[in-house]
Design a binder for this molecule. Structure first.
Ligand SMILES: Nc1ncnc2c1ncn2[C@@H]1O[C@H](COP(=O)(O)OP(=O)(O)OP(=O)(O)O)[C@@H](O)[C@H]1O
Length: 288
């Protein structure tokens, strides 16, 4: 079962487009959405949530079509982002009073416990919250209405390392219920290395891959060696290459092919998600 199904989702801005994206986000897992700056991650998330209207294509969330079933869907999902969707002049406490009645499964006791745990004063105005505090507040709201699908846009970027770890633990807790799903966009790929089951890589408005983290790690390989090994034929096998006067380092998306080409003559290493993102952005090739 898929928590989110996107079909041919397209949005054209004057200088950028998200182009015909089709994507299944598996229910019961954490999916990490990665990609360099400005490749369309937020646009994609905003289209999923109905904040940005797609030019064409369809969005299904928890089995229901958006935007036709938006009100029902919004009961069951939560968004965590530092893009604040609340009234800046209200306090946390007033904001809670305004939003809680909307949710059928709202749990006030849980909400107050999270405020305490996250050290958020109910008297603080939304406008006075730091980026990290906004994330914490959005997370307290998300966890207090029993959301089955948590959509997080760059949730860790404004957070200190201590709370980042705490957040990852909270997410792991939420995943104890196997119906729950999280989609999590981040530049901080080490966070995703730690908790994501699936990785969706988006580059220049297109999906590069959507696979389990294990599949990604098995397929891709970093090759390091002497520059003399490179000729134009060999270069074509690389998604991205970094060269010095004497050596090279590059990413190949077929480990067996790399072993056949370089076996014994170059060093083959397991890449990190950051390596995959870096070389893909550098190489600019779409490799499926
Ligand atoms: N309302 C808009 N009008 C015109 N262009 C837009 C609009 N919103 C976003 N864009 C453009 O779309 C592109 C993708 O932006 P988006 O915010 O989706 O990227 P992103 O992958 O989330 O980036 P980042 O990681 O830096 O947050 C950018 O070039 C941005 O300038």
């Amino acid at each position: 079962m898929n928590a989110i199904e996107l079909r041919n989702l397209t949005k054209k801005y004057p200088l950028f487009s998200v182009d015909q994206i089709s994507l299944d986000v598996k229910q019961g897992y954490i999916t990490g959405l990665i990609g360099p700056n400005g490749v369309g991650k937020s646009t994609l998330i905003k289209m999923i949530l109905g904040i940005v209207r797609p030019d064409s294509g369809s969005v299904k969330i928890l089995g229901n079509d958006m935007p036709a079933h938006e009100v029902d869907i919004k009961q069951r999902i939560a968004i965590v982002s530092d893009d604040c969707f609340y009234y800046e002049h209200l306090t946390i406490s007033d904001t809670k009073k305004m939003i809680a009645p909307f949710y059928k499964k709202w749990n006030d006791k849980k909400f107050n416990n999270y405020l305490e745990q996250f050290e958020l004063s109910p008297k603080k105005k939304i406008a006075d919250l730091s980026k990290g505090m906004k994330i914490k507040f959005a997370l307290a709201v998300a966890l207090s209405h029993a959301a089955e699908l948590l959509i997080m846009d760059e949730p860790t970027s404004g957070l200190d390392p201590v709370f980042r770890r705490e957040l990852l633990d909270l997410l792991a807790d939420m995943m104890q219920d196997e119906r729950n799903t999280i989609i999590f966009s981040s530049h901080i790929t080490t966070d995703l290395d730690r908790i994501a089951d699936y990785i969706t890589f988006i580059n220049r408005g297109k999906i590069v891959f959507n696979e389990t983290k294990e599949e990604v790690m098995e397929r891709y390989v970093i090759v390091k060696g002497d520059k003399q090994l490179l000729d134009s034929d060999i270069r074509n096998h690389f998604i991205g290459l970094r060269e010095t006067a004497v050596s090279f380092e590059g990413l190949v998306d077929d480990r067996q092919e790399a072993e056949r080409l370089f076996g014994g003559y170059a060093l083959l290493e397991k890449p990190s998600l950051e390596d995959i993102m870096y070389f893909t952005a550098k190489g600019g090739r779409i490799h499926a």
